[in-house]
Design a protein around this ligand. Structure first.
Ligand code: DLL
Length: 436
């Protein structure tokens, strides 16, 4: 394994130098945000904080948080810190309800973004020799363009396939000898399934690495994808409000995602009290941008739950690594008063022999009692097994899941192939309590 590093100056900076750089960039960001964005000025004024009051990275914790609601209220362009004429690109978040979040980039922002993506793609092992198949949907979603620019910056050969058309994806992958695949982890599973069904041996493909992100996924899913596509499957993280992909990504040691700390300051807070938590603790990730021109964000509450690892990685990078996110504070299901994360259920299911990574969680309320039904696909031999064997299989699944989440569940097998397949981000929860 070779540990190629795209930007060693920033990725391997001694912490002392990095913190100096962060403070310098932070001060500039705060000044600009205060002067150009009324939302920040109002919030600071309310707390009687002036930009000059922030003289250290500790002072910074006095600043108020920014939330999705702030971006919503200022829809579409109210949070921009530059006039629209300087904005060369507009994207929006993948929100499914209400108005989307609108984000903008200056010419310089696009350049910075491309470099940030080039960093994690390089860390994953992509070089100018690679043929990168981008199977994210091109459009308002930041995933496709972000990875596209990053790959071109590395001078890899980009195939802008976009999402969907699974059989065509596989044909192109075979014919064009794609060596790197970019998509959501759930779509990687769909592709692997289809490849298997078509009788193609993944070893006959040219794929070597996958860059997957945009949604949470588990270690068990990683194993499944690695085996199904014969690749090393890497995780990368980002969100539109902060830049899109390019906030953090794994190197080939697969031991947490390196955050580009010259461009973002990460903090972990207690989602209830807002208190900053000590290193290593699990909580909500808060991000501040240090280089964004069009849309600087200060202490943005991502809602994503993770922890930060400050130890130096074997690859030589000195940057903090974030653990795989285990879900979002707003994804958390409260079932009969118990907090349940869909990722816990997924982890349990995938670890059971015979379970397929296709499932749906249906939550309902009967006689004022919450019910959680897991509809899941299983391998054909189990689906067509005799009743008795199937019953004992269901019992195993039920017990395993219940022991992890602490809530009783109903497990139902559904026909192989009947759960909806996703080309982008998967939606695995139907909460009928909210629909009623
Ligand atoms: O999903 C940006 C992105 C695109 C990242 C492609 C990586 C690759 P949004 O549509 O705004 O932006 O959604 C952001 O998706 O707050 C997380 O909840 C989730 N998310 C993104 N990447 C990961 C990941 C893009 N690797 C929201 N693991 C974030 C877990 C992720 N969750």
């Amino acid at each position: 394994m070779t540990d190629m590093i795209w930007d060693p100056t920033y990725e391997c900076m001694p912490r002392e130098d990095l913190e100096k750089l962060q403070l310098k960039r932070l001060k500039a960001t705060i000044h600009r945000a205060y002067e150009k964005v009324p939302c920040y000025k109002n919030k600071f004024d309310e707390l009687k904080i002036q930009p000059e009051d922030i003289q250290s990275l500790q002072d910074f914790q006095k600043l108020p948080f920014t939330t999705k609601e702030d971006l919503r209220i200022n829809y579409p362009y109210g949070m921009f810190a530059v006039p629209l004429r300087e904005v060369v690109r507009i994207h929006s978040s993948s929100g499914t309800t209400g108005k989307p979040i609108v984000v903008g980039y200056t010419k310089n922002d696009i350049k910075t973004w491309s470099n940030l993506v080039a960093r994690f793609m390089t860390a994953a092992g992509v070089t100018d020799e690679d043929v990168v198949q981008i199977a994210f949907g091109y459009g308002m979603f930041t995933g496709a363009f972000g990875l596209h620019y990053g790959a071109e910056t590395i001078r890899a050969s980009v195939i802008p396939m976009s999402g969907g058309h699974t059989d065509r994806q596989i044909m192109i992958m075979q014919d064009y000898k794609s060596s790197a695949l970019v998509c959501t982890p759930s779509y990687a599973i769909t592709l692997a399934d289809r490849i298997k069904k078509m009788g193609i041996n993944p070893k006959d493909l040219s794929l070597k690495v996958g860059l997957f992100g945009g949604e949470p996924w588990t270690e068990a899913m990683r194993q499944e994808i690695q085996a199904g596509l014969n690749i090393i499957a890497t995780d990368n993280y980002g969100l539109s409000e902060v830049t899109g992909p390019g906030v953090a990504g794994e190197c080939q040691h697969l031991s947490g995602m390196h955050i580009s700390e010259d461009a973002f300051i990460p903090e972990i807070i207690d989602p209830d009290s807002g208190e900053v938590l000590p290193p290593g603790r699990m909580g909500e990730l808060v991000l501040t941008t240090l280089t964004k021109e069009a849309l600087p964000v200060i202490r943005y509450r991502t809602r994503d739950i993770t922890s930060l690892n400050y130890e130096k990685c074997q690859c030589g990078r000195t940057t903090i690594r974030m653990e795989k996110t285990t879900g979002r504070t707003d994804d958390m299901l409260i079932i009969r008063g118990v907090n349940v994360f869909p990722s816990q259920i997924e982890e349990a299911l995938i670890a059971i022999e015979g379970c397929e990574p296709h499932y749906l969680l249906v939550i309902d309320r009967q006689d004022s009692l919450d019910t959680l039904e897991i509809q899941m696909e299983v391998t054909e031999n189990i689906f067509f097994d005799e009743m008795k064997k199937q019953k004992s299989f269901l019992e195993i699944v039920k017990k395993r899941v219940e022991s992890i989440i602490g809530v009783s569940v109903i497990v139902k097998l559904v026909e192989p192939g009947s759960i909806k397949r996703y080309e982008g981000k998967a939606e695995r929860v139907v909460d009928k309590r909210k629909l009623g």
